[in-house]
Write a protein that binds this ligand. Structure first.
Ligand SMILES: Cc1cc2nc3c(=O)[nH]c(=O)nc-3n(C[C@H](O)[C@H](O)[C@H](O)COP(=O)(O)OP(=O)(O)OC[C@H]3O[C@@H](n4cnc5c(N)ncnc54)[C@H](O)[C@@H]3O)c2cc1C
Length: 315
């Protein structure tokens, strides 16, 4: 595999589906991606930020075998970047071990020379400079969804990668469980219900109404997100915060309950096809950008939804 750049994104795909963060690692590596897994031609076409794609179709995702097979191919690459998706995290650690490189996990950004890493539940940012070849995982949803490249390239240099199932102990897939919408990482969610300050009465603990939001979201096959007002108050985890200092999402549907639509929040919304805003203020920015604005008490609308969807309601 000649002509590889010094910085390369490695994306593991299953059945042609890109994991969360695939386009972000592609963009971080200047558009150079090695796509490995099952259904790689289809996955390669799904990138919007890749400019140069190598594909390596394998019959099965066997992590130990895959890491062993990729290690010699990636010898010439100084910085190997994987999305911190489940497969990315798994293969990254094995690649680092096999190739005797340090692993810098949980990066917020990365270049060929350095990276910023998130530590201690995002309360600490650590800067590292590279003085040897490394493996890095990039946290999905932080860098944001890159803008589409108008004409995605066809794979220009398909790679024949032979994975010989080794006599080493390998992980075996027993069953693939679909993620629960309420716990799925926000970056992967196609429908999101977002909760903001307008859901919580002054002086009240907002945890209960956020639980109701999560239950209603689950009943609708959606995930629950929140604004920083909600996460700062501790009524939802920081991993649920959408925005410039939270996660960047890209749902098809976003329903905002009592959210004003500050730019720091909407900057993390991606390009949802449909936006609904429930707000008492018909002229707030969130309602202005919505396809459907419901001028009403957000909490009452949420409770009515909960009642109709079978009784999920806080006290
Ligand atoms: C550096 C920096 C980074 C930031 N990063 C983020 C970020 O990542 N994500 C983020 O979300 N924010 C972020 N913020 C905060 C952001 O600027 C806003 O303050 C925040 O998004 C507002 O949250 P909110 O819409 O829940 O609350 P508010 O702005 O207080 O809006 C509440 C809304 O609820 C409506 N409302 C009130 N009562 C009701 C009711 N009964 N029913 C219906 N609607 C009602 C109001 O009309 C209003 O529109 C950041 C700020 C800074 C300075």
């Amino acid at each position: 595999m000649n002509g590889l750049p010094e910085m390369l994104a490695v994306v593991i795909v299953r059945d042609g589906a890109l994991p969360g963060g695939a386009d972000e690692v592609a963009a971080e590596c200047g558009g150079a991606v090695l796509v490995v897994g099952t259904g790689t031609p289809e996955a390669a076409r799904a990138f919007t930020a890749a400019q140069r794609i190598w594909t390596a179709e394998v019959p099965v995702i066997a992590p130990a075998a895959l890491a062993a097979a990729l290690t010699p191919l990636l010898n010439a690459v100084d910085v190997v970047v994987l999305p911190a998706s489940p497969d990315g995290r798994d293969i990254a650690a094995r690649l680092a071990f096999q190739s005797e490189r340090p692993l810098f996990a949980g990066a917020l950004r990365c270049t060929a020379q350095d990276a910023d890493l998130s530590r201690l539940d995002d309360s600490l940012e650590v800067h590292v400079e590279f003085d040897e070849p490394v493996v890095v995982t990039l946290i999905p949803g932080v860098r944001g969804t890159p803008h589409p490249v108008p004409s995605p390239f066809e794979p220009v240099e398909p790679v024949e990668l032979t994975v010989t199932l080794p006599d080493v102990l390998d992980a075996e897939v027993v069953k693939v469980l679909e993620p629960e919408p309420e716990t799925v990482e926000l970056t992967e969610a196609k429908r999101i219900l977002g909760g903001g300050a307008g859901l919580v009465r002054p002086g009240e603990d907002g945890s209960a109404v956020m639980r109701t939001l999560t239950e209603v979201a689950a009943a609708l096959g959606a995930s629950a997100g929140a604004t920083r007002v909600i996460t700062d108050a501790g009524w939802a985890g920081h991993d649920r915060q959408i925005g410039t200092t939270g996660v960047v999402v890209d749902p098809d549907l976003y329903v905002a309950f009592g959210i004003s639509g500050a730019t720091q929040h909407t900057g993390g919304l991606g390009r949802p096809a449909h936006v609904v805003s429930v707000n008492t203020d018909p002229s707030c920015p969130m309602t202005a950008m919505a396809d459907l604005g419901i001028v009403a008490d957000a909490r009452e609308v949420l409770h009515e939804l909960a009642r109709r969807l079978n009784g999920a309601a806080d006290a």
